[in-house]
Ligand binder design. Structure first.
Ligand SMILES: NC(=O)c1ccc[n+]([C@@H]2O[C@H](COP(=O)([O-])OP(=O)(O)OC[C@H]3O[C@@H](n4cnc5c(N)ncnc54)[C@H](OP(=O)(O)O)[C@@H]3O)[C@@H](O)[C@H]2O)c1
Length: 128
């Protein structure tokens, strides 16, 4: 699937800002690899953008999982041999009702899990 188009990977793109960033980059002519940790949600999101006539494909990616990041890197390398843009959008805030509604009420464990997901373990490992 070699391409002369610029290739963009977006993490956590099945909803929210990642989904809209996928749409906007595809509208600008990028071939967008829309990734999601949930296969069904990711495929549905990619299909929605394909139905809008956009060049978007789905690939599974959990940014906290090394094997998952490696599989995506291999896919990008084999299919395109390049990556022009990486939008590392995926993130969580594990907000629990038990913690209250304000970040100032959050428990230390909640904040620790969030930091580990978003910063410590997150997939800055996509080496093409
Ligand atoms: N919205 C704002 O006002 C705002 C402001 C400042 C910064 N941001 C940042 O912008 C980014 C997107 O915000 P948003 O409001 O669009 O967030 P969102 O609606 O909560 O979406 C977060 C996305 O990240 C995915 N995700 C979470 N953990 C993941 C993991 N381990 N592997 C792969 N995907 C994972 C989620 O997947 P699931 O659907 O499976 O949960 C979801 O697709 C975040 O980094 C956020 O911190 C947002």
């Amino acid at each position: 699937m070699s391409t002369t188009q610029k290739v963009a990977v977006i993490t956590g793109a099945n909803r929210g800002l990642g989904f809209e960033a996928s749409r906007q980059l595809a509208k600008k002519g990028f071939l967008v690899v829309l990734t999601s940790r949930d296969e069904a949600k990711g495929k549905a999101a990619a299909e929605q953008l394909q139905a809008e006539g956009l060049n978007v494909i789905f690939h599974l990616l959990d940014v906290t999982n090394n094997e998952s990041s490696q599989k995506l890197a291999e896919f990008i390398h084999q299919e395109f041999g390049k990556l022009d843009v990486l939008v590392n959008n995926a993130a969580i805030y594990i907000d629990s009702q038990a913690d209250g509604n304000s970040v100032f009420d959050a428990k230390v464990d909640t904040l620790r899990q969030t930091m580990e997901n978003d910063y410590v373990n997150a997939g800055y490992r996509i080496t093409i």
